[in-house]
Design a protein around this ligand. Structure first.
Ligand code: MCA
Ligand code: AMP
Length: 495
């Protein structure tokens, strides 16, 4: 282990860190494997000097080995969405100038030609587990450690770069605020290319010395088996997961529902975040399980910023107060800080938790900060000290099942369809997904389009959760005098 760096991992020896199916791995086993992998990655070099190493791995021991191995060897970890379509992957890999990609099993075959065409060396963790350990570099906190891709109001996702200091701040504030301890056992059922899964669950758990159960997908019966067995004392998910659990309860016997809900009841904490938790859902979950959901607010660029309290009132429909070490304030359109309660404004955030930069995009980085504050684009009010999210400043951002999607990115792909002349994508309210993607489409003269055909056409061109759930064919998109599409008018068409 390096001496001065930021290993971000507990060093307890015998405690179980990870459970993966019927296998479990202790902290000492995981730590040793990481050191071997980091030594293999270095391959004789003293320091990777922020080489971007991508990984295309489901939640697994290999994932943890790779992420921490890259950190310990001085690289930048670039975890990728294992559900990505090839054009999306091409963008991530070229944007980050990735040189090596770590993957496993069947993916090693499916990624081969893409990696070859981009001169990226494709490797497995096993390939780099060396027995002779090298001295690992000392990593200063200001060094870049991770790049995650996020959708914005531009066509292509941007790489959000965090330093080791950022990562540390994001983890430690949650350890303190949510009272993580080594006694905690938590299931990880979220994808591992976003903060929610990576920082809030995996990194916090492994920093605290807790046990994290890894699930490669949201497998309700398997996870519920463990809930019933009383395995977990903490549960974190996006609102859609709680909705889907309630929908699942409607498909099984009442007695079984009761047993599952009794498994949730004694947990010390159930958290909802990544998208608004409707008050109805908050109340339903409380009625079913007795759990008062702790809702919090975060963003890829800031980790978590605002949270309802662990001890104290958890207010339905509100996201709470700024976390320890995080400064939050509301600003009006003239960039004046709002000091009166109940006047809405944009949430801006300061603190060590805030990212360093958008990779290779100084203009976007500069535009996203004002006077040292990161401008989130989310609008809120403060009521009695509690922040309540009112919406977003951009209609081009859609939050579906916890994923942040760019309407413009989806439009860009749909426009490649030979029969589509104009398209506008918006999010429409949806009980399961929060918002679901809807496309308004104008067609080439004489052309027809069935939804099912468009859906099949989209497959492989974008991640499946970005594919519109519905389309509406219209003659022409509504535009203002400047020729800009007026998306709010499209929403009105649905009323
Ligand atoms: C799956 N589908 C979706 C979504 N997920 N459609 C719209 N929105 C989605 N989010 C579609 C698939 O395309 C597929 O469609 C069908 O649903 C079944 O797919 P499957 O993968 O089996 O679905 P699932 O396992 O039930 O997934 C639902 C899910 C998943 C578990 C809620 O969406 C998910 O993991 N969401 C969380 C994402 C996340 O971690 N977000 C945090 C980022 P078809 O059948 O037509 O092919 S935000 C963040 O990190 C910030 C910092 C924060 O605040 O936390
Ligand atoms: P992402 O960049 O994918 O991490 O998504 C961050 C966005 O998710 C934020 O800018 C918010 O719009 C939204 N978000 C996260 N948590 C909440 C919440 N509790 N309530 C409402 N929106 C949320």
């Amino acid at each position: 282990m390096q001496e001065n760096g930021f290993p971000h991992l507990n060093n307890d020896s015998t405690k179980v860190a990870l459970v993966e199916g019927d296998k479990s791995h202790t902290y000492s086993e995981v730590n040793q494997r990481i050191d071997k992998f980091a030594s293999g990655l270095l391959g004789g070099k003293e320091d990777l000097q922020e080489e971007r190493i991508a990984f295309f791995l489901p939640a697994s021991l290999d994932y943890v080995t790779t992420m921490h191995g890259v950190w310990r060897a001085g690289g930048i970890a670039v975890p990728l969405n294992v559900a990505s379509a090839v054009p999306e992957l091409e963008h991530y890999l070229s944007c980050a100038s990735v040189t090596r990609m770590v993957s496993t099993g069947k993916y090693l075959t499916s990624l081969q030609s893409l990696c070859e065409s981009m001169a990226i060396t494709l490797i497995s963790v096993e390939d780099l587990l060396v027995n002779e350990l090298t001295k690992l570099p000392a990593i200063s906190p200001e060094r870049r450690g991770m790049m995650l891709f996020t959708s914005g109001t531009t066509n292509k996702p941007k790489g959000v770069v965090s330093t080791h200091k950022t990562i540390r701040a994001q983890i430690t504030t949650l350890i303190e605020a949510w009272a993580w301890t080594e006694e905690d056992v938590i299931p990880l059922l979220l994808p591992l290319h976003h903060i929610h899964g990576i920082i809030n669950i995996l990194c916090c758990g492994l920093w605290a010395g807790a046990t994290v159960h890894l699930f490669a997908k949201f497998d309700i019966p398997k996870i519920m088996e463990q809930v019933v067995a009383g395995t977990y004392n903490v549960f974190m998910a996006v609102p859609t997961i709680y909705v889907k659990l309630i929908q699942y309860f409607e498909t099984i016997e009442d007695a079984e529902v009761k047993i599952i809900c009794d498994g949730f009841r004694p947990m010390r904490l159930n958290i909802s975040g990544s998208a608004a938790c409707p008050v109805k859902l908050f109340n339903q979950w409380k009625e079913l399980t007795g759990q008062i959901l702790l809702e919090r607010y975060g963003m890829t660029e800031i980790g978590m910023g605002i949270s309802n309290p662990y001890d104290g009132e958890r207010r339905a429909g509100a996201v709470g107060k700024p976390l320890p070490g995080v400064e939050a304030a509301l600003f009006d359109e003239e960039h004046n800080m709002i000091t009166d309660e109940e006047i809405p404004g944009e949430i801006r955030i300061k603190g060590d938790n805030v990212f360093l930069e958008y990779w290779d995009n100084p203009i976007a980085t500069e535009e996203s900060f004002r006077d040292g504050w990161f401008c989130t684009g989310d609008v809120a009010v403060v009521e009695d000290g509690y922040y309540r999210i009112m919406g977003r400043s951009s209609i081009d951002i859609i939050k579906s099942g916890g994923y942040k999607l760019s309407g413009l990115e989806i439009e860009g792909t749909l426009l490649l369809h030979e029969n589509i002349t104009e398209v506008a994508v918006i999010g429409v309210e949806d009980e399961t997904w929060g918002e679901s993607v809807m496309a308004f489409i104008a067609l080439r003269e004489g052309a027809n389009m069935e939804y099912a055909d468009l859906k099949s056409w989209c497959e492989g061109k974008m991640s499946s959760y970005k594919i519109p759930k519905a389309i509406r064919i219209i003659d022409a998109l509504p535009r203002n005098a400047m020729g800009k599409v007026t998306k709010p008018k499209l929403k009105e068409l649905l009323c």
